[in-house]
Ligand binder design. Structure first.
Ligand code: NAD
Ligand code: RM4
Length: 253
């Protein structure tokens, strides 16, 4: 099969954690995967190597999602190489846990720029390519249980996750008529680098696990499964929806 005949998925922040699991899962379903990464210190080489070792196809391209020039260059490069974008997964995100009174304007802006503006910029660029091709598409954003509940050390972060979920709801209305579905996955607490320091304390980890009916933190693969469903043909009529992947934590609150 010519590479332009195979569907292409762009996954932001695909170097590690949930993004890496999503990349590997989508590649296993036959998609060509573009692994976005923000800097040479945090590159997508390991993700590409794992996909290729499993017989899949992937390339890594650097772009900080908070920068419009870099996002535009990312999608221009994808179109030049593959001629199409079929799937976008907005996964890139940061959560520098901080006390409310210690969050300065710069930190607030940075968290919003990566988590929310980044999802907007990438969704707009991907939608332009999908609309031009006219064959529909899928946009999935990795929001969070934090779109639904607050967090004492996440005052700058939870509004971005509510915002990303809301972005998908509005885009579902705008893009649905063109066969482009827009949905969110809301992970609960997933063991990744983003919260590793927080869970170094065994007592904190035990308390969290006790609050989750399934008795454990989630894994990146748990989230990737939900993303893969939303990207699949079976989810063609799912639009503007959320899938909560939290082991039941929310319903215990
Ligand atoms: P992680 O820190 O392992 O991964 C974050 C990824 O985002 C990394 O690959 C990093 O390189 C990338 N990234 C950071 N800034 C970027 C930028 N400016 N441009 C492009 N990429 C950038 O953490 P994770 O848990 O895998 O987080 C992935 C997403 O899942 C985030 O949006 C996070 O908010 C969300 N999430 C995580 C959890 C959890 O408990 N781990 C729960 C709910 C939602
Ligand atoms: C999530 C949620 C999780 C936390 C991460 C960092 O959205 O709040 O509990 O581990 O953020």
């Amino acid at each position: 099969m010519n590479s332009s005949d195979r569907k292409v998925a762009v996954v932001t922040g695909g170097a590690r954690g949930i993004g890496r699991a999503v990349c590997e899962r989508l590649a296993a379903t036959g998609l060509q995967v573009v692994v976005d990464y923000p800097s040479e210190d945090d590159d997508g080489g390991a993700t590409v190597a794992a996909i290729e070792a499993a017989g899949g196809s992937a390339v890594a391209i650097r772009a900080d999602v908070s920068r419009k020039d870099e996002v535009d260059a990312l999608f221009a490069s994808v179109l030049e190489r593959f001629g199409r974008v079929d799937v976008l997964v907005n996964n890139a995100g940061i959560c520098p846990f901080s006390e409310f009174l210690e969050i300065d304007e710069e930190l607030w802006d940075r968290v919003h720029a990566v988590n929310l503006k980044g999802a907007f910029l990438c969704s707009q660029a991907a939608a332009r390519a999908m609309l031009a091709r006219g064959e529909g598409g899928r946009i999935v954003s990795v929001s969070s249980i934090s779109a639904l509940v607050g967090g004492p050390l996440q005052v700058h972060y939870t509004p971005t996750k509510a915002g990303v979920r809301s972005l998908m709801q509005s885009l579902a209305i705008v893009l649905g008529p063109h066969g482009i579905t827009c949905n969110s996955v809301l992970p609960g607490t997933i063991a990744t680098d983003i919260n590793a320091a927080f869970f170094e304390d065994a007592e904190t980890l035990r308390r969290y696990e006790q609050g989750i009916p399934t008795g454990r933190l989630g894994s990146p693969a748990d989230v990737a499964g939900a993303v893969a469903y939303l990207v699949s043909d079976e989810a063609a009529y799912v639009n503007g929806a959320d899938i909560l992947v939290d082991g039941g934590a929310f319903v215990t609150l």
